[in-house]
Design a protein around this ligand. Sequence first.
Ligand SMILES: Cc1cc2nc3c(=O)[nH]c(=O)nc-3n(C[C@H](O)[C@H](O)[C@H](O)COP(=O)(O)OP(=O)(O)OC[C@H]3O[C@@H](n4cnc5c(N)ncnc54)[C@H](O)[C@@H]3O)c2cc1C
Length: 448
Amino acid sequence: MKKITITGAGLVGSLVGVYLAKKGHTVHIVERRPDMRREAVVAGRSINLALSDRGLRGLQGAGIDKDILNVAIPMQGRMMHSISGEQTFQPYGLEHQAINSVSRGGINIALMNCAEQMPNLSISFNQRCLDVELDSATLVVQDTTTNKRSFIESDCIIGADGAYSAVREKMQKTDRFNYSQSYIEHGYKELTIPAGLNGEFLLNKNALHIWPRKQFMLIGLPNLDGSFTCTLFFPFKGNPSFDSVKSDSEIKSLFEENFSDVIPLMPNYINDFKVNPVSTLMTVRCFPWSHKDKVLLIGDAAHAIVPFFGQGMNCGFEDCTVLSEILDNYSENDWENAFKEFELLRKQNSDAIAHLALENFIEMRDKVADAEFLRRKKIERLLHNQFSEIFTPLYSMVTFSHIPYSDALTLGEKQDYIINQILSIPHIESDWNSADNQTFIRSVMTPK
Ligand SMILES: Cc1cc2nc3c(=O)[nH]c(=O)nc-3n(C[C@H](O)[C@H](O)[C@H](O)COP(=O)(O)OP(=O)(O)OC[C@H]3O[C@@H](n4cnc5c(N)ncnc54)[C@H](O)[C@@H]3O)c2cc1C
């Protein structure tokens, strides 16, 4: 059995710790921040997250999927808010399918509690990884309360320290390590729609609310206390942008022109807009993710993506499931090859979801309000109903299935081609069942 040190007790570090401890290894997690169960931690990134099937399977391995679902709010579709305040619901998938709004802190705490119940797993807080000696799997950590430095020796290090990973930074200095990080032109700011006077939800709680405004958008996810955490994705530069909208009157005009239905629901929007921080969004791509059998990157440390498909955490949890399955096929002396298999398999999938997440930003902020897009979605639904064995829409493949992301991407491109052919028939949606149209649809769906 190995002595394993994990950097980061975030979502993925805590979960992978549970998986490894379950296999009997001795696991020690070092976390830079204080213990969020004891101290109020300043909210960092998104307060709530959309958890879907891949993430749930990851949590199932730790036995806490049902507990998390009990405190999640299912969202069956998008609720689009037009500029005039009209609301239109678009289902995400079949009637029983939903993504789940979960609290980031809640899920992290549940994972840490689950981890610490294991006798062979411990978490040390306020321990910042400063440096890594890759060949010997030795960490240099600093206690952030005393500034005291210490060395932690292990058989293996798992770098789960997020998008700005210190472990990855050290690997970047090794020979032939590829690395890129690219920021998008938009940042984000969180705002809140509080609960009503009696704790009630002021919008439909079973939907992810979107105010698409082409170059920017506002979204809102429900919280258990009746509030919605809203996120404004907005350009840094240009007009309007975080750069151009600063004063009370500029913020007021932005909302009056674009989010007038939000104003009565968000009494503190001007102050919140001024006070709440703006955060950046980036995609990190790197390779390899491992160094011999000594170090492995996982989660955002290996593949940070933009949040527009709601898959960063889900993908990180899927990493844990896949790593666990791969390790079961290798002896403990052969983790170098296990890590190689893992990184090859996951790299193509994380590249695919990184690509899809960037594309989905355009879909969410712009296309969802477009008549042509709604036509496409209708055709997708008709095809899904009629050919459910062979046609699953891209969103459903990513969100409600375990089909590898890279396969979903390839299949999605083929589907686009098919849908384009079908859409070329005038009035196809209303004349779907005519004999001629059915012959054509069948011929494109099952080409000889
Ligand atoms: C606005 C926004 C919305 C999102 N929405 C969704 C969503 O709806 N669905 C979804 O699936 N994903 C979503 N994500 C993505 C998701 O948040 C990440 O993919 C997920 O948090 C990655 O988990 P992780 O454990 O790899 O990294 P993190 O959650 O970043 O955890 C890393 C941990 O490592 C610690 N750490 C960092 N550096 C060090 C160090 N030097 N030493 C020790 N510890 C260290 C950190 O304190 C942290 O606890 C969203 C992201 C953003 C920004």
